[in-house]
Design a protein. Structure first.
Length: 573
């Protein structure tokens, strides 16, 4: 693979349906122009809700001056640039400036922990894979970046304010590549997803704004990182409809999760969203920090980007409803970077459906048979709605034939939001894009009325005793054991053996860890037909995760096999 090599597979001419708002806007640079004609804007907040406001007209002016500065540095249309930084006005101005100047940006994640070596390696690889001509970052980062990346062409955001303005964007077409979105890397190495203006605009308008019935009056609140597809589309869906947007940097949310619901209450938010793990944090905050909140204005609370746990979702609804969260405000969704973001979503004011299915039949016969929700062998799966009218979802068996409702197979997707391909990697593109259909690698089924119900990843299936088991089932059950951190367990099988392992994070001390490992093993063996042979308890913050917080099961397996997990205790059957 060579970074920046032009795609020859699935090159799109245009995918914007005639007469759509997306077709009217045409290219991303025009979206901010559209917003600048309104009185709307972005309010940036910190953990204490201290705020600063930038109108969309202000942001357009900054973007035009930054675009001129990029052109002065001899950036040409089609050049790639890598952006690094927290969610600030500088980062947003540089992102929009990249599109004004005809460039193709990608946003890199900030480091998650104190060990910066692997992060610098990942940043170096992202620069190479994207073929980035420049690394654009805050001035405060410049010294560390130059020390660790001496050959990288680094320019500080603060150096990109020209006296001139590039007030007319360089020509672009909807089919041109507009952005490189790197996949999470949860089941393998991260790849650069090439998205055209057309794919992004259709997802923003056709799959999100229209399907969720969003209006320019709907106040949006987001803390989601912009290097993630969920955060990027949340941003653009507000900007391109000129809606009021309240923006918190993700590190502020992680520092004080209560910021999220506090902001929704103060600013009378109508729309917000986050991954399943964030709702667990929000629920815990609401329970541990009672205060006066008014969440009655929320009508769309999107839950997506990682598997949705029914118990976590319902727990948030119960906690938030005490503060006025309306019934049916929760909107579970399904999506991925290869489809820009949203593939399906539950529509506003529709009830969320949780399907209790027989766990053994789901595993052994790949069939979803409904059972009583209180049955001991029931697995609770959350319905994620239907696709937008221009898109299709099918379920295929191993031979590529379409399956009827309630039969489990691979989820495949076709529509205007599907990626151009993996940048510079025709072979990988051809492996997932076949005859116009995106093969997601996810497992799921559809109901009689067409609702999609995801239930796992093909690559993450745990094979024990010749049976394909869902790791999520083991992880979610173990996380209900007191002392195990929610969202911080990983289950996997060992190669060429019938042995399964579950690794769980905890904050208990080493003396209590042995009893915790034993309790987790007893719980799993008592409630599931197949239980792990080993449960390993490790300190908080040690499990391998992607930059967006997704579990890396294969990486955890490698750490276990190399005896590199910092085990506090271990229980074996």
């Amino acid at each position: 693979m060579k970074g920046g090599t032009p795609l020859t597979v699935n090159r799109l001419e245009s995918t914007l349906p005639a007469g759509s708002t997306a077709a009217e806007v045409g290219t991303l640079d025009r979206g901010l122009e559209r917003a600048a004609r309104s009185d709307g804007g972005l309010t940036f907040i910190d953990a204490q809700l201290a705020e600063s406001f930038f109108s969309y007209a202000d942001m357009l002016d900054r973007a035009e001056r930054t675009a001129a500065a990029l052109r002065e540095r001899e950036c040409e249309p089609g050049d790639r640039v890598c952006l690094l930084g927290s969610t600030t006005p500088d980062l947003l101005a540089t992102l929009f400036a990249s599109w004004r100047a005809g460039l193709v940006p990608t946003i890199a994640p900030l480091p998650r922990g104190s060990d910066l070596g692997p992060w610098f390696d990942a940043l170096r690889e992202r620069m190479h894979a994207s073929g980035s001509r420049l690394l654009l970052a805050p001035e405060a980062f410049e010294h560390a970046l130059r020390d660790k990346l001496p050959s990288a062409p680094i320019v500080a955001f603060e150096q990109l304010q020209s006296a001139a303005r590039l007030d007319e964007p360089l020509p672009a077409s909807p089919a041109d590549t507009a952005y490189l979105q790197f996949t999470s890397g949860s089941t393998g190495r991260s790849r650069a997803v090439a998205l055209g203006h057309a794919q992004i605009l259709w997802n923003v308008f056709g799959a999100v704004t229209d399907c969720l019935e969003l209006t320019p009056e709907d106040v949006r609140v987001t803390w989601l990182p912009l290097y993630h597809d969920f955060g990027l589309v949340m941003l653009l869906s507000a900007v391109f409809t000129a809606a009021p947007l309240i923006v918190a940097p993700p590190e502020e949310f992680l520092r004080r999760p209560g910021l999220w619901m506090d902001a929704c209450s103060r600013y009378r938010a109508a729309v917000t969203g986050g991954p399943n793990s964030a709702f667990a944090l929000a629920t815990r905050d609401l329970e541990l920090n009672p205060r006066e909140l008014d969440l009655s204005s929320l009508r769309i609370v999107l839950n997506g980007s990682e598997p949705i746990d029914a118990a976590t979702m319902r727990g948030f609804e119960r906690a938030a409803s005490r503060h006025g969260l309306p019934e049916n405000a929760t909107c579970p969704s399904y999506g991925m970077a290869e489809a820009t973001l949203a593939v399906t979503a539950v529509r506003p004011d529709q009830p969320v459906r949780v399907f209790a299915v027989d766990s053994a039949e789901l595993t052994d016969r790949r069939r979803a048979r409904l059972v009583d929700g209180d049955a001991g062998d029931a697995r609770q799966l959350v319905g994620c709605g239907t696709p937008d009218p221009a898109s299709e979802v099918r379920i295929l068996d191993d031979g590529g034939d379409e399956l009827p409702p309630w039969q489990v197979g691979e989820i495949v997707v076709r529509g205007p939001s599907v990626m151009v391909g993996y940048d510079g990697d025709d072979e990988a593109t051809a492996g997932v894009l076949r005859d116009g259909w995106l093969h997601t690698g996810d497992l799921g089924f559809v109901t009689d009325d067409g609702e999609l119900v995801p239930c796992g990843r093909i690559k993450d299936m745990v094979i024990v005793g010749g049976r394909n088991l869902y790791p999520e089932e083991f992880e979610l059950l173990s996380e209900r054991v007191e002392g195990v951190r929610r969202g911080n367990t990983i289950a996997f099988s060992l190669p060429d053996t019938e042995r399964m392992v579950l690794v769980a994070e905890t904050k208990v001390d080493a003396d209590a860890a042995a009893e915790l490992a034993a309790r987790v093993l007893r719980t799993l063996r008592g409630q599931l037909d197949s239980a792990p042979m080993d449960v390993v308890v490790v300190p908080a913050g040690t499990l391998p995760k992607t930059s967006s917080g997704k579990r890396q099961r294969a990486a955890c397996r490698e750490l276990f096999l190399a005896d590199d997990l910092p085990a506090l205790a271990r229980a074996s059957a």
